[in-house]
Design a protein around this ligand. Structure first.
Ligand code: SAM
Length: 257
């Protein structure tokens, strides 16, 4: 096998601590489940996922240079292992199966937030998402209202799912060693009773100017913005970080429907 050069542009920091790999594979019971792994790399997590006996494990990898490593795994598991070389940013999960998926991934950090927001938007494809991300990204996803990490991604995540940190992982457990600490989180989607696009429009408008008060941020969204904000029982002078996800859902319904 030719020598493999890690590509920073693809976030190729491979996790090499077997105990942590095994722990990740056991966060959810994968037996008989439809499991997808994004970015298998050389397959170190993949091997642990297969030990849990999923019905099917599909792995999506962008870097074709990893083919020789992953094809070795395919030879050992011809029946329940699918290997797809594709960009996860373009993947439509409904083309893989019509069953709900458990997604497990040590995500490429440069595109982690974009991927997570895409998946949350299309939440109906997933039973659960077990994801290793940069600790700071995890903190944004579960940030409480009013704290410094609280923002658009916190509200979108918490309005559509429950999110919990499961394991903190130090940089020494990876090769090459990243500059940051990581965390494994679990995201479990919850049923949606609001229009996603309206909520996101309100959030983008509000969090573009975190220091501005609500009535100024939202004045162009509706001709009766001030009255409508009052109707929601929300103070006109609140700042974006003061509103919880339920407040934002109320605002999006009253201003944009
Ligand atoms: N799963 C391995 C592990 O745990 O050590 C590797 C994880 S590494 C942090 C991220 C992996 O995602 C790399 O294998 C990288 O090539 C792959 N990757 C990066 N961008 C991708 C994309 N857009 N679509 C699919 N895979 C991607």
């Amino acid at each position: 096998m030719s020598h493999f050069y890690h590509k920073k542009s693809l976030g190729q920091n491979f996790l090499n601590n077997k105990k942590i790999l095994e722990k990740i594979s056991k966060i959810k019971n994968l037996r008989n489940e439809y499991v997808v792994e994004i970015g298998p790399g050389k397959g170190s997590l993949t091997e642990f996922l297969l030990k849990e006996k999923p019905r099917v494990l599909t792995v999506i990898e962008k870097d074709k240079k990893l083919k020789p490593f992953l094809e070795k795994i395919k030879i050992k598991h011809p029946k329940n292992f699918n290997l797809i070389f594709e960009d996860a940013l373009n993947l439509d999960f409904s083309t893989l199966t019509n069953k709900k998926i458990i997604l497990v991934s040590n995500l490429p950090y440069n595109i982690a937030t974009t991927l997570i927001i895409n998946w949350i938007k299309n939440y109906e494809n997933f039973k659960s998402l077990v994801l290793m991300v940069q600790k700071e990204v995890a903190q944004r996803l579960y940030a409480k209202t009013g704290t410094k990490f609280y923002g658009r991604t916190s509200v979108l995540t918490q309005a559509n799912a429950s999110v919990k940190e499961k394991i903190e992982v130090g940089a020494d457990n990876f090769f090459p060693k990243p500059k940051v600490t990581s965390a494994v989180i679990e995201i479990i989607p919850t049923p949606r009773k609001f229009d996603y696009e309206s909520l996101d429009k309100v959030l983008k408008t509000c969090f573009l100017h975190r220091r501005k008060i609500l009535k100024n941020n939202l004045k162009n969204l509706n001709s009766e913005t001030e009255g409508k904000i009052r109707e929601c029982g929300i103070s006109l002078s609140s700042r974006p970080q003061d509103l919880n996800p339920t407040d934002y859902i109320k605002l999006s319904k009253i201003l944009l429907s």
